[in-house]
Design a protein around this ligand. Structure first.
Ligand SMILES: Nc1ncnc2c1ncn2[C@@H]1O[C@H](COP(=O)(O)OP(=O)(O)OP(=O)(O)O)[C@@H](O)[C@H]1O
Ligand SMILES: [Mg+2]
Length: 149
């Protein structure tokens, strides 16, 4: 399944994240649900994640995990591991923080910003969301392409 949407405001990208979160049900799989968020700096990956978290009923602050590498949020539905791999240079660094344990945790969701920096060791995604910042006079325009495996 592929879905393409354009958003014209930050809030619309959050709304799309909320809608997307309805696909993420703690189910039969005995590992984490894997979501890749792809797109340039400032495209809207963290913004989309805010929507996912709202959709899962999380009320707390969702900030970019740029410095911590991973932010962990507990929701009633899923435990969420939100990664930002922008600063990861090689897969070894991720092995060291125990990536395999995160991605193998049943009843969890792993959201990866910048997955391309560690694709060799990450599991294949269940969903990929590409966010394109369309350069036009309309600076707030984003094109979202959501694909499920
Ligand atoms: N349609 C839109 N959708 C999402 N964000 C938008 C939109 N229009 C403007 N913005 C702005 O673009 C910025 C997106 O920032 P965000 O942190 O979500 O990007 P990011 O992809 O996570 O970047 P990084 O790679 O640095 O982590 C925010 O400042 C947001 O307000
Ligand atoms: Mg971000």
């Amino acid at each position: 399944m592929t879905k393409e949407i354009e958003t014209f405001k930050e809030n619309q990208t959050i709304t799309e994240g909320i809608l997307f979160s309805k696909n993420l049900i703690k189910g039969d799989i005995d590992r984490s649900i894997i979501v890749y968020l792809e797109g340039d700096l400032g495209a809207g990956k963290t913004t989309f994640t805010k929507g996912i978290m709202q959709g899962l009923g999380y009320q707390g602050l969702v900030k970019s995990p740029t410095y911590n590498l991973v932010e962990i949020h507990e929701t009633e539905m899923l435990k969420v591991f939100h990664f930002d791999l922008y600063r990861i240079n090689d897969a070894q660094e991720l092995e060291e923080i125990g990536i395999q344990e995160y991605v193998n945790e049943k009843g969890s969701l792993c959201v990866f910003e910048w997955p391309e920096n560690a694709e060799s060791i990450l599991p294949k995604p269940d969903f990929t969301v590409e966010i394109e910042h369309i350069n036009s006079l309309q600076m707030d325009l984003r094109k979202l392409t959501i694909k499920s495996a």
